[in-house]
Design a protein around this ligand. Structure first.
Ligand code: TIU
Length: 227
């Protein structure tokens, strides 16, 4: 495939080369997204996050079988918590903290149900999962190494939450030279006002962190490129 131009993007058209592009699915984990998980236990309305499941599924379906690579992340820690900084463990004065027994097993601990990716968006063979201890997907992970080995320059960004792990990742990616396109209906926040402002911040100042479009527009150009 040659260069694709997505005209319906902000602040202006987004150009990408499919063979140098990866779709990143950030932290679509049971504990953040599913009813009965840790996110809901903390008082959050998970229905706001669940809105992204179908759009992300549609994007995955459009991209699978093309040259675009797919990679997932999960936020969480080793069972002995040796990779969890004390500030993260203490923050919030929560009744149930990271590592404690939560509604879906030990909270944010690798190997427990709450930590795993939701059933609807399970990765296929050849779609790696990056386990990350922080909010950013690059910090203390081999994501950059894998993307460099694949020759990736463009990142299509999906997942949760917009102002936390999505924003931190986009900022990290931008500083490392990646051209990020955030699909607005494929990212979500527990707070509608943060969703709105988070999206605005990415495309402000001439695309200070990257570009914004949506799943329909992105899928349309992928389908057109196959004709
Ligand atoms: N994945 C991610 O965004 N982790 C969070 O802790 N998000 C919150 O919004 N709390």
């Amino acid at each position: 495939m040659s260069k694709i131009i997505l005209y319906n993007a902000e602040p202006y058209e987004y150009e990408f080369e499919p063979e140098k592009t990866a779709l990143l699915v950030i932290d679509m984990q049971n504990d953040f997204v599913n009813p009965g998980g840790f996110g809901e236990f903390l008082g959050n309305d998970v229905s706001l996050l669940r809105k992204v499941i179908n759009p992300i599924k549609n994007v995955l379906n459009a991209v699978r079988g093309t040259e675009i690579k797919i990679i997932y992340t999960r936020e969480g820690h080793r069972p002995d918590l040796s990779d969890c900084p004390p500030n993260k463990l203490k923050r919030g004065r929560l009744k149930i903290k990271i590592g404690d027994e939560g509604p879906m097993g030990r909270v944010l601990i690798r190997g427990y149900k709450g930590h795993d990716i939701i059933e609807e968006l399970k990765p296929l063979d050849g779609e790696p999962i990056i386990d990350k201890p922080g909010k950013g997907s690059f910090y203390a992970t081999d994501l950059h190494l894998i993307l460099q080995n694949w020759g990736i320059k463009y990142l299509i960004i999906t997942g949760v939450t917009t102002e936390v792990c999505v924003h931190t990742t986009v900022r990290e990616a931008n500083d490392r030279g990646y051209e990020c396109l955030v699909l607005e209906d494929c990212v979500a926040s527990y707070f509608p006002e943060f969703q709105e402002i988070g999206i605005k911040m990415i495309k402000a100042q001439g695309g200070i962190f990257g570009w914004v479009s949506n799943s329909d527009e992105f899928i349309k150009v992928i389908k057109d490129s196959k004709k």
